[in-house]
Design a protein around this ligand. Structure first.
Ligand SMILES: NC(=O)c1ccc[n+]([C@@H]2O[C@H](COP(=O)([O-])OP(=O)(O)OC[C@H]3O[C@@H](n4cnc5c(N)ncnc54)[C@H](OP(=O)(O)O)[C@@H]3O)[C@@H](O)[C@H]2O)c1
Length: 319
């Protein structure tokens, strides 16, 4: 019998929302766990047809409550991740301890598929606490549930992201923009829709790999990304290479904000290229290449950051 009941952690985020849409369209019933049903309930519930989505409010470390959800789960997908630590939400708790609890429960309840979203480049960036914790989480999972499938995406973009949208906001407001590490760090951005297609593919096909690297079709440096975004929003800005000392100093300041623009840990992560390692199979190698081109996709939503928005009326100004 085809597995249909899917338990999702982190379903209210960028990847989660796209995933719920895809899964429910394909006949999966999903149960989505969130910390705040009042804030996130409507985001989750509106991603699919009525009857396909259940939302559960829970503390993800409340094992008794989480355990109950596994009674009906045939598939488990973990999308929970953080980019900066807060006092109790440490990288270790979110990226290493929690996945370990999930893997234990997947084993105990004989879950058919467990998919965990990790991140690309974590083998190299060992001076980053983010990368260390993601790597630790992967090890914990595979120790307890060797049949788990771990996807390691490069940076994921879409209209719902915190990457292109934040950059376009900053680029449209600031007269200049700092280039960390001279903007040379390389990425292989993958559109969220392409990543979701990969998740559905590994869910429905017989894939027996533990780790798959998921990347878009292009290698683009940080400087190129910023230049592409500037062109798309029709702005000219100075891109200024920032010496590491100043970069560190600014990160120390930024990380005091409730939602930091940049932390020192992220700065360390930025030192390493975020491209295929060659050590693991990629999405292309398992038969599901990503085809969406960065400029073409961002063009579809960048007008929100352009002067006058989509329906700019400037052509009537002279009348
Ligand atoms: N976006 C990227 O470029 C990218 C690249 C590589 C890897 N990844 C990984 O892919 C996964 C999903 O990314 P995303 O971009 O969709 O993330 P996102 O938009 O930031 O969403 C993160 C989700 O994690 C949950 N969450 C955050 N802190 C939590 C906490 N303390 N306790 C419980 N839940 C918590 C949130 O759920 P509630 O608020 O509903 O509780 C939210 O749904 C993450 O593991 C991320 O590290 C993302």
């Amino acid at each position: 019998m085809k597995a249909k009941n899917c338990l999702i952690f982190g379903g209210s985020g960028q990847i989660g929302r796209h995933l719920i849409r895809k899964l429910t369209k394909n006949g999966f019933r999903v149960t989505v766990v969130t910390r705040n049903i009042h804030q996130k309930g409507y985001i989750i519930k509106t991603q699919g047809n009525a009857g396909y989505i259940d939302t559960v409010e829970a503390n993800i470390f409340d094992e008794k409550k989480i355990r109950k959800l596994f009674e009906n789960a045939e598939i488990c997908i973990n999308l929970i991740g953080i980019l900066f630590e807060k006092k109790k939400n440490s990288f270790n708790n979110i990226h290493a301890v929690f996945p370990s609890i999930l893997a234990k429960l997947c084993k105990e309840y004989n879950v058919k598929k467990f998919i965990h979203i990790s991140a690309l480049g974590i083998n190299d960036a060992l001076d980053s606490k983010y990368a260390q914790s993601k790597l630790e989480g992967e090890k914990n999972i595979l120790n307890q549930f060797p049949n788990a499938i771990i996807l390691r995406p490069s940076i994921v973009y879409s209209v719902d992201d915190n990457f292109t949208t934040n950059f376009m906001t900053l680029l449209s407001r600031l007269p200049f923009f700092p280039l960390y590490y001279s903007g040379k760090t390389k990425f292989m951005p993958i559109h969220c829709t392409d990543l979701i297609d990969i998740i559905l593919y590994v869910l429905t096909k017989k894939i027996y790999l533990q780790i798959i690297e998921c990347v878009g079709p292009e290698i683009i440096s940080l400087e190129q990304i910023l230049k592409k975004l500037l062109k798309l929003i029709d702005k000219k800005r100075f891109l200024i290479p920032l010496p590491l000392f100043f970069a560190n100093f600014s990160a120390q300041f930024f990380q005091l904000m409730p939602k930091p623009l940049l932390t020192q840990d992220q700065l360390r992560l930025l030192k390493y290229d975020n491209i295929l390692s060659g050590k693991y199979k990629s999405n292309s190698e398992i038969g599901i290449p990503s085809k969406r081109i960065f400029d073409q996709e961002v063009k579809k939503y960048c007008y929100m950051w352009k002067e006058g928005g989509e329906f700019n009326t400037s052509k009537y100004n002279s009348h």
